[in-house]
Design a protein. Structure first.
Length: 191
């Protein structure tokens, strides 16, 4: 535990404890208007976020792992069935594997949708479907840019970042909530 009355030190410690990542807009580097940046890695940090209480809760959750995995797979199966035919690429699952479906990222075929990723993201949020943007290429984070990394280093990673969003995926997602997600995704992508 760290205790300080210095706001600058407290801010630095918050960033360092979570991989050097900040979500505070006033700490972020300016990015192009069309890009979504809900976090940035501004320093090289650590993973010091778990407390003993969190560890105890985690141990109890492990007892329910089968239930959680089963529900996630059922949600993914329904998404797979009901989102087919849309201008997106669904998550790939090899036949010999069994995914935990930690996330359900979809890759948008922007050339067929005629909307930007940001327009789609905003429309889904406005309709109450909270989607997330993940997989910002690490080397585009400010910390690595200072080291000399530039756009174009991994073009496929950059394309994936510009074209993907993660739709709701968690064991507590009800069938009714998932129906709403599917309806709104269809409406936004096809309108």
């Amino acid at each position: 535990m760290d205790v300080t009355n210095d706001k600058n030190i407290a801010s630095k410690l918050r960033v360092l404890r979570s991989h050097g990542i900040t979500s505070a807009l006033d700490e972020m580097y300016v990015r192009p208007e069309e890009e979504i940046w809900n976090y940035q890695q501004i320093d090289l940090g650590f993973n010091y976020r778990m407390s003993d209480i969190h560890a105890a809760l985690g141990l109890k959750q492990i007892e329910r792992i089968g239930e959680f995995l089963s529900r996630r797979r059922a949600i993914a199966f329904r998404y797979d069935q009901e989102l087919q035919g849309l201008p997106i690429t669904l998550p790939f699952q090899i036949s010999a594997g069994l995914s935990s479906y930690h996330l359900y990222p979809i890759r948008l075929h922007l050339n067929k949708i005629n909307k930007t990723q940001k327009e789609i993201w905003s429309a889904l949020h406005s309709a109450g479907v909270i989607v997330n943007l993940l997989y910002i290429p690490v080397y585009l984070q400010p910390y690595y840019e200072v080291l000399g990394f530039k756009r174009g280093y991994c073009t496929e990673a950059e394309s994936y970042y510009r074209e993907s969003i993660s739709i709701p995926m968690f064991p507590g997602l009800t069938d009714a909530q998932q129906t709403r997600v599917i309806e709104v995704v269809r409406e936004v992508l096809l309108s």
